[in-house]
Write a protein that binds this ligand. Sequence first.
Ligand SMILES: [Zn+2]
Length: 135
Amino acid sequence: MYRIARELSFCYGHRLLDYDGKCAHLHGHNARVVLVLESPTLDGLGMVADFTMIRDRVGRWMDDTLDHRMILRRDDPALPGLRALGEPVVELAENPTAENLARLVCERAIAAGLAVVQVDFWETPTCSATYIPTR
Ligand SMILES: [Zn+2]
């Protein structure tokens, strides 16, 4: 079995609803995301997947849809005000935790045809969440 990892990053803002702590307030993170791909065989070039292709398929989407956006739960009362100000927002059905963002990135990567078996989402240099898709 072969395994490769590709690191990507983006900046975002968020807050957690129904939460008692600092993350209940609007704030930002510099996310570091590590996608792990696995394959029992290599392609004709001797690769599991081209690192550049992973960046093109997932990193570009990340830049276009998540980078420098405020990511909030759908019922966050801050959303109407941010929209009225013309701020770019992303709505999630659930709280924008590192766990849910790891799953969001993983589902996107799988939809883009990548053999992703794990996504590590580093919210800070010391805190990460991992999502492993079920097959
Ligand atoms: Zn946070």
